[in-house]
Design a binder for this molecule. Structure first.
Ligand code: HEM
Length: 458
């Protein structure tokens, strides 16, 4: 045999396994083994090391144990691999590590979030990159009125107080069914957000119309894969708001003009994308806030003595850094609601000696990072005073994210939640009904499905 022929035979022998593996991968289509074989083969070919750990399916593992990822990180180390859905996923625990990863690779990553590019030009802020992200983020930050809470505190407090009072009157035989309490929390979140963003007050025709349309946009919570019918509702909200802005153009003191959308309009920053973003922020935010109010209610029921102190107005019992109700909210964020940042790798990444293949997921674990016993003594105990005596640094506590995509509504959420817990504490004693272990719902962990409260007037 000539040397050419030998070379051809060797090349064939060498590429045969590659061809076979590619055929297997193609055949496996949606099979759960596909991501495992694909990434292992890719890492092997490139002589790279995947993160340690097993290819464990995260969803079922987490559902059965909220601490699953935390335990994995303690057993394996702060970077480890898993499978999420049908995708390879690299998990990271520890805020300095997560921050370092984002700093080194921000250009190689896309945040995973709602895809709204077919609804408005540049899509959702969370997924934007580069100059577009900078521009729209700046516009939004500029439109948030720093005076909102002080100026409108009476109105905001009344929203919470009125809805809780309605719930109290509807309690049957001293018990409030969970669906009724969820509806109360939903009404509060909707009103706080629709007022702050669009200046519409409950009871007005303007508010009723917006609320009706929002209920069509997400009747059962946030729709992760919006369809044509959602787009039609979105368009109706957009057109209605544009109409209102036009009608009230000269009405200087109106709630609409002072609202986030009004301020943006007057500053000349309102375009298709910024308006689309505001509409969807309310949609996502009202869902998040409703869930957060449930967590706050659970901790309220479990900590009557703290509620007494908030009710007694003992809100600043320290060196004057944060109020007790704010510390209550921060401790709730530390224990729950703030869970993870999700990114998709746009290209192959090498990080701290590990290979993160293109198109795979990266999960930056906030919930787990907030349970570090080095940062927080007795990390599973609800203890707001840890925020009163000393505020943890950003390497210990970052419930609103890390880096350029961190939550522009962090202070807004803390303020609204502080109002919620203050009004709950001032007016009622709170007892838990049907409390139990938290459950993993569609997007977040939540208190037990049947959890509700019994309110007794103080
Ligand atoms: C319930 C409490 C809330 C929590 C725990 C929270 C948490 C977060 C986190 C962790 C991020 C970073 C996401 C990432 O990097 O992938 C984020 C971003 C964001 N949040 Fe919040 N958030 C809350 C409430 C809200 C509310 C009420 C709004 C608006 C109504 C809002 C609007 C946004 C937006 C627009 C971003 C994306 C910012 C960007 O990409 O530049 N959030 N939030």
């Amino acid at each position: 045999m000539g040397s050419n022929k030998i070379n051809n035979v060797l090349r064939l022998a060498w590429s045969a396994p590659a061809i076979i593996i590619r055929i297997i991968i193609r055949r496996l289509k949606d099979h759960r083994l596909r991501p495992i074989i694909t990434v292992s083969w890719k890492a092997m070919r490139q002589k790279k090391r995947l993160p340690p750990g097993e290819f464990v399916a995260l969803e079922p593992a987490e559902r059965s144990d909220q601490q699953f990822l935390l335990k994995q990180s303690q057993r394996i180390g702060p970077v480890f691999k898993a499978i999420w859905g049908r995708r390879f996923c690299t998990c990271m625990v520890g805020l300095p590590l997560c921050r370092r990863f984002l700093e080194q690779h921000s250009d190689d990553l896309t945040p995973q979030s709602l895809e709204l590019e077919s609804f408005f030009a540049k899509g959702f802020l969370r997924r934007m990159q580069g100059e577009d992200h900078k521009k729209y983020r700046r516009l939004i930050l500029k439109s948030i009125d720093s005076q909102l809470i002080t100026r409108d505190s009476t109105l905001l407090e009344k929203i919470v107080a009125d809805e809780l009072a309605v719930f109290k009157t509807q309690q049957k035989g001293d018990t409030g069914p969970p669906e009724r309490y969820i509806k109360t929390l939903k009404n509060i979140a909707d009103q706080l957000l629709i007022y702050s963003f669009f200046g519409a007050q409950s009871g007005s025709d303007y508010f009723e119309k917006l609320e009706t349309m929002y209920n069509l946009l997400g009747p059962n919570g946030l729709e992760w894969f919006p369809e044509d019918k959602h787009k039609r509702t979105f368009n109706a909200i957009r057109d209605y708001l544009l109409n209102q802005l036009d009608e009230h153009r000269d009405n200087e003191g109106s709630g609409l003009q002072r609202s986030i959308v009004g301020r943006m309009y007057r500053a000349g920053g309102l375009d298709e994308t910024s308006l689309g973003n505001l509409i969807y922020m309310v949609e996502m935010g009202r869902y998040d806030m409703r869930l957060l109010f449930r967590w706050l209610s659970k901790y309220a029921a479990e900590n009557p003595a703290l509620l007494e102190r908030i009710a007694a107005g003992k809100t600043v019992d320290h060196e004057g850094r944060v109020s007790l109700q704010e510390a209550f909210v921060l401790e709730t964020f530390r224990l729950n609601q703030s869970e993870r940042l999700m990114r998709i790798a746009n290209r192959d990444i090498n990080f701290e000696g590990y290979f993160i293949p293109k198109e795979s997921l990266v999960r930056l674990c906030l919930w787990e990072s907030h349970k570090s016993s080095e940062s927080f003594a007795e990390p599973f105990t609800f203890n707001p005073s840890r925020f009163i005596h000393q505020h943890p640094g950003k390497d210990q506590f970052s419930p609103f994210g890390l880096g350029s995509h961190s939550c522009p509504f962090a202070q807004f959420s803390i303020n609204m939640s502080s109002i919620f817990i203050k009004m709950l504490a001032m007016d009622y004693k709170v007892e838990a009904i049907a409390d139990g272990p938290p459950i993993r719902a569609r997007y977040h962990w939540q208190p037990a499905e049947q959890f509700s409260v019994r309110l007794t007037a103080r």
